[in-house]
Write a protein that binds this ligand. Sequence first.
Ligand code: UDP
Length: 325
Amino acid sequence: MKVLVTGGAGYIGSHTAKALAKAGHEPLVLDNFSSGHRWAVKWGKLLEWDLAATQMLPQFLENERVGAVLHFAASLLVGESVRNPRKYYWNNIVNTLNLLDALQTADVQRIVFSSSAAVYGDPKQVPIPESHSKEPVNPYGETKLAMERALQWYGNAYGIKWVALRYFNAAGADPDGDLGECHDPETHLIPLVVQAALGKRPPVEIYGTDYPTPDGTAIRDYIHVTDLADAHVRALDYLVQGGESRALNLGTGQGNSVREVINVAAKISSRGVPFREGPRRAGDPPVLVADASLAGRTLGWKPERSDVETIIRSAWNWHAKIHKS
Ligand code: UDP
């Protein structure tokens, strides 16, 4: 099937374009390169378009007989969303509504939507099931939740079928070394830790050592990007087979603390990771861990590479390779 992959030059989108091609689908990557990379578009045709201007999109979807959309294109930094909510409302809501209009015009009835654990807000229960209350504490989570709700209402009214995948902490790199995580600015823990070990960055700052966790640092559910990519291909197949629209958590059900991540990276790099201890980052809950059992049952999905050692090793290999070349 031909599948439009918006944001297909980005981190999770590019890994998923590869997984789609491997599964025998044809990805068509749409990206405006606001944060994606040309080198990451290696599978399928590239459309350098922006979802703020979608006049050409319905005709394209019809001509190409596109069967589904995987919608990754979005802004995704929590802190930035608090400082600049306008960017998030326009990019994540208005541009997604533009995409939905184009799908409706072209009669494309399936969409897999990139959502986030940020829809839950501060967890009242851990591991977090999909039924947990949704009270986002920042504009990023708010805009993801708004679009999940829009999908629900559009589905009821217009028949579009959707799966919203709520990612926990995506991390790691393609096991073949074709792709990896490369944000500018980089704010995510695992690439920062790996780059610090490589001597390419100043010491990592641990955001908070007084959390009510065994070692005092915050715990997150890290999920390998290749496992996320696999879940998207399965969600697509699920919709093709007539599966009901729904939201699913993507995580492992296991958490790792910031100190554990640093220790594992130190072992893998055999160099030690320079770090210093700092205050908490605003808005960070102590523990975020998914109950991902519903995704397992619904999609037959099981994370294969998401133990933290495998994740960090793949990230290490990727960063070591790009810093060498
Ligand atoms: N973190 C940290 N130092 C950093 C970046 C992140 O201690 O330089 C912590 C952060 O507070 C959180 C965890 O690492 O507990 C994962 O953060 P990240 O930004 O990677 O992902 P998020 O959970 O914000 O999506």
